[in-house]
Design a protein around this ligand. Structure first.
Ligand code: COI
Length: 360
């Protein structure tokens, strides 16, 4: 279905004020945003408007009970100069999985796709040209009833804004293995991309940073034994030539970059195991010299090498970055697919086109 999205363009673009060689993550916003309201059981007021502030009521339910979900995705420029997405429908599906868990309405996939296509095409000049840089898209939805009873809201806002970004982690990260705080528990909301998961991670991350680490390596909530995620990323280890990543078990975000990397590595002949992975197994592998690599993956980070991890006061150093073939291959594969310099065997790359350019 085609939606009627009203488009109001900015009078003066801010693009000329942006230094593409120096773009900190998450602080620069493009000219336009998509907005929609969910009222009386339907998405309405579908508009692309100049990026601007909006007002919400002090009793807006999201401010009290946290019904808020988001996605992180990227658009990039191919070597042909055109804008592209990588697996955009996966982000639509994950947003809707998060919506289900948080008792929120779904956004129809065709509306989501039409909105990101219109928006990115309109702001395509905001896509940074450098390899590894991209236009980050932040689709998000929140409860917006003016009511403070505890119940699922009936009114929601869905917004997508974008902004150019460079690499999220400029250097390899140092991880502190959690032994007190947990990020998520099976049966909870760890699999949903919901605001509260990130709020819960702030104090442990701050404490880790005060001790000189970059991020927390999250453990399972029952025994502090099985690895879950690293900071806001999924985590991969290479042990004795095999790639191992924790199986998603309800408490781990189903990363789209995680899934892409698993499929890319398997297609290249690597063994990738998705299974429970105990921190003791990783330490044992380090001790016997078979721990070869460790990297985090995420839309923002793409692939972030792990320099070391610290568990119960002992720091375990990983091999030199120059020797990390599989993490480097994973990163080059994603960057190359996005830039169109690597053949897209899976049909993942989709050109961003506004509705007017799509053949009926
Ligand atoms: C992403 O990788 O897009 C994320 O969601 C991480 C973000 C919270 C910075």
């Amino acid at each position: 279905m085609k939606y009627d999205i009203k488009i109001t363009k900015v009078k003066d673009s801010k693009l000329s004020t942006v230094d593409f060689d120096n773009i900190p993550f998450g602080r620069t916003f493009s000219d336009h945003m998509f907005v929609a309201d969910y009222i009386d059981g339907a998405w309405t007021n579908l508009e692309i408007v100049p990026f601007e502030h909006f007002q919400i009521h002090p009793a807006s339910m999201v401010l009290h009970y946290g019904q808020a979900i988001f996605e992180g995705m990227k658009a990039s420029k191919g070597i042909d100069g055109k804008p592209y997405f990588l697996r955009p429908e996966q982000h639509s599906q994950r947003l809707n999985a998060s919506a289900q868990r948080m008792c929120m309405p779904e956004v129809p996939e065709d509306l989501f796709l039409q909105a990101i296509n219109e928006l990115v095409y309109l702001d395509k000049d905001w896509i940074p040209p450098a390899k590894g840089s991209a236009l980050y898209l932040r689709p998000y939805m929140f409860a917006n009833d003016e009511f403070i009873g505890v119940a699922p809201a009936s009114v929601y806002k869905f917004i997508i804004f974008t902004g150019p970004v460079g690499p999220y982690y400029p250097k390899p990260v140092r991880l502190l293995v959690a032994d007190q705080f947990v990020r998520a528990v099976k049966g909870g909301v760890g699999e949903a991309k919901t605001a509260g998961n990130y709020a819960a991670s702030l104090l442990p991350a701050k404490q880790a940073q005060e001790q000189g680490y970059d991020q927390v390596l999250w453990m399972d909530a029952h025994e502090f034994k099985y690895i879950q995620e690293a900071g806001t990323m999924n985590i991969f280890f290479v042990i004795d030539g095999k790639v191992v990543t924790p199986a998603t078990d309800g408490a781990i975000l189903k990363g789209i970059t995680r899934d892409t990397i698993i499929k890319v590595l398997r297609a290249k002949g690597y063994t990738v195991e998705e299974r429970p992975l105990a921190i003791d197994e990783v330490i044992e592998a380090h001790k016997n010299g078979t721990l070869q690599e460790c990297f985090g993956t995420g839309t923002a980070a793409v692939v972030a090498h792990v320099a070391n991890f610290t568990h119960k006061g002992t720091t375990y150093e990983l091999p030199a970055i120059e020797d990390r073939k599989i993490g480097a291959l994973a990163k080059e594969s994603i960057d190359g697919l996005r830039a169109l310099t690597i053949e897209d065997e899976h049909g993942w790359i989709v050109e961003a086109k506004p509705q007017a350019m799509v053949q009926a």
